[in-house]
Design a protein around this ligand. Structure first.
Ligand code: NAD
Length: 397
C-alpha cells in the first residue's frame, strides 16, 4: 500500500461509529507540532480551525491583549474541539517563551506586527506572520531584515496565491507558458466594505497602512508574482467615495479609501492594472493576463444569490497557438470552505512542510515587502496626484 497521511481522509468522512481499535484510514495522526495564536480575533480563529483540520499540528495556546477576544476564542475552541486543552497566556512574553510550543501564528493588527515579531523571534521558533507585514516602509524593511537573518521558518500570510484560480493560473502561465510571454496583467477586486474589527483598527490608515496596503497587498503580491519583476512606477487615483464617510470611533474620523484604479509599470516592461471597489454587494475577484500566445481570465464570485452556478471560473484562450480550456477550479469542499476558499489550508500545509524541511514555495518576507512597496506607492500617488518612482520613494526612506 502506498504511504499516505491517514489524516488526509479524516475531513471527508464521518467515522464516529468506529472505536479507535478499528480506525486505520480514519486514525488521527499524532500531531507533530504545537502552535500558539497571537491575536485571537477573526483570522486567528480561522487559523485555529485550519490548523486542527490539517492535523499535523494542534493549537496549544492563545494570547490576545483584549480580554473579550481571549474569552470568545476560548469558547469557540472548546465548543469546536471538545476535550482539547488550551493554554491561555497572560503576557506576550509568556506565550513566546513556552518551551512546549513549536511555532506562532501572528494575527494581531497590522501596526503591531513589528513589536510582536521582535518578541517572538527571541524564541527562535517558527513564525507565520499575517499580511501586510507592516504599515510603513521602515517597519517592513526592518521585518524583512529580521526574517532574512532568522534561522527558523518565517512565512508571510499572503495565501491568496493558493486559491484554486491563482494556483491554476500560475500553472498555466508560469509553468506551462500556455499564453506565451505575458505583457499585461489586470486584477479586479469588488467587495463589501471592510468588516468590523476589534477596536476598529482597519478604519484608520495609521493602524492598517491604508486600504491599498492592508487589503490590496494580496493583489499586489499576485501582480508581482505574475510579473516576475519589480515595480518601477506607480500611478493611482482613488477616493473615500461611499463607505465610512460618517464613521467616528473614539473621537476620530475614518480615513480609508474605498475605490481605486492603480497602474503599475515593471522593470521588465510588464504593465499591470488594479481596480478596487469596496461598496459592491459581493466578493468578486478577477485576473486577466494577456500574453503573445493567448489570454487567461479567472474569477472567484460570491454574490449571496440562491443561483446554482460555479463560484470559480478559469479560461485559457490560445487562438491558433494551442488548445483552449474553460473550467471551474476548486478544492474538496471541506478545504474550499475552511477559509479563503482553501488558500489558508494550503498555507498551513506548506508551513508545516517547510518546518519539516520539505521546502515549499511560500510567501517570503521579501515578497511581503514588495507587496507593501506597491501598495504604499499607490497610496502616495493618490495623495499627491503624482506618478511615484519606486526608486525615489525607497531612497527617500
Ligand atoms: N491573510 C488573510 O487573508 C487575512 C484575512 C484577515 C485578516 N488578516 C490579517 O490578520 C491580522 C488580524 O486581522 P483580524 O481580521 O483577525 O483582526 P481582529 O480585529 O478580528 O483581531 C485582531 C486581534 O488582535 C488582538 N490584538 C491587538 N493588539 C494586540 C497585541 N499587541 N498583542 C496581542 N493581541 C493583540 C485584538 O485584541 C484582536 O483580538 C491583520 O494583520 C489582518 O490584516 C489576514
Amino acid at each position: 500500500m502506498p504511504e499516505f497521511r491517514t489524516n488526509y481522509y479524516n475531513p471527508f468522512f464521518k467515522s464516529d461509529h468506529l472505536t479507535e481499535k478499528d480506525k486505520y484510514i480514519f486514525a488521527d495522526d499524532t500531531p507533530e507540532y504545537r502552535f500558539t495564536i497571537i491575536g485571537a480575533g477573526m483570522i486567528g480563529q480561522e487559523h485555529i480551525r485550519v490548523t486542527m483540520l490539517e492535523g499535523r499540528a494542534v493549537i496549544h495556546g492563545i494570547y490576545d491583549s483584549n480580554a473579550g477576544s481571549m474569552e470568545n476564542t476560548k469558547e469557540m475552541f472548546h465548543r469546536e474541539f471538545p476535550g482539547r486543552n488550551l493554554v491561555l497566556y497572560e503576557t506576550l512574553d509568556a506565550a513566546c517563551m513556552d518551551p512546549e510550543v513549536d511555532g506562532f501564528i501572528i494575527c494581531t493588527p497590522n501596526y503591531t506586527h513589528l513589536e510582536v515579531v521582535k518578541e517572538a523571534v527571541k524564541s527562535g521558533k517558527h513564525i507565520m506572520l499575517e499580511k501586510p507585514m507592516a504599515t510603513t516602509l521602515e517597519d517592513a524593511l526592518e521585518l524583512k531584515q529580521t526574517a532574512e537573518d532568522y534561522q527558523a521558518v518565517f512565512q508571510i500570510g499572503l495565501q491568496y496565491r493558493y486559491k484554486a484560480i491563482y494556483r491554476e493560473a500560475v500553472h498555466e502561465v508560469l509553468e506551462r507558458r500556455s499564453i506565451g510571454d505575458v505583457k499585461t496583467i489586470s486584477i479586479m477586486e469588488h467587495r463589501v466594505p471592510f468588516l468590523d474589527k476589534v477596536d476598529q483598527w482597519n478604519k484608520f490608515s495609521e493602524y492598517s497602512g491604508g486600504t491599498l496596503v492592508e487589503k490590496c497587498c494580496h493583489y499586489f503580491d499576485l501582480m508581482n508574482l505574475f510579473a516576475g519583476s519589480r515595480p518601477v512606477q506607480v500611478y493611482a487615483v482613488g477616493d473615500m467615495d461611499v463607505n465610512f464617510r460618517d464613521f467616528h470611533y473614539e473621537g476620530r474620523d475614518s480615513d480609508i479609501i474605498d475605490d481605486a484604479f492603480v497602474t503599475v509599470k515593471y522593470e521588465n516592461g510588464m504593465k499591470a492594472h488594479f481596480n478596487l471597489c469596496m461598496f459592491a454587494p459581493m466578493f468578486y475577484e478577477e485576473i486577466t493576463l494577456c500574453g503573445d500566445q493567448g489570454r487567461l481570465k479567472a474569477y472567484e464570485n460570491e454574490d449571496f444569490l440562491p443561483l446554482e452556478r460555479p463560484s470559480t471560473h478559469l479560461e485559457v484562450l490560445s487562438g491558433e497557438s494551442g488548445t483552449a480550456r474553460v473550467g471551474a477550479p476548486c478544492y474538496p469542499s471541506v478545504i474550499q470552505e475552511s477559509g479563503h476558499n482553501g488558500a489558508t489550508y494550503y498555507e498551513h500545509k506548506y508551513f508545516i512542510d517547510n518546518i519539516n524541511g520539505d521546502t515549499q514555495s511560500t510567501a517570503t518576507a521579501e515578497e511581503g515587502f514588495w507587496s507593501i512597496v506597491t501598495g504604499e506607492a499607490a497610496e502616495r500617488s493618490i495623495k499627491t496626484g503624482e506618478v511615484i518612482q519606486i526608486k525615489e520613494m525607497l531612497d527617500g526612506n
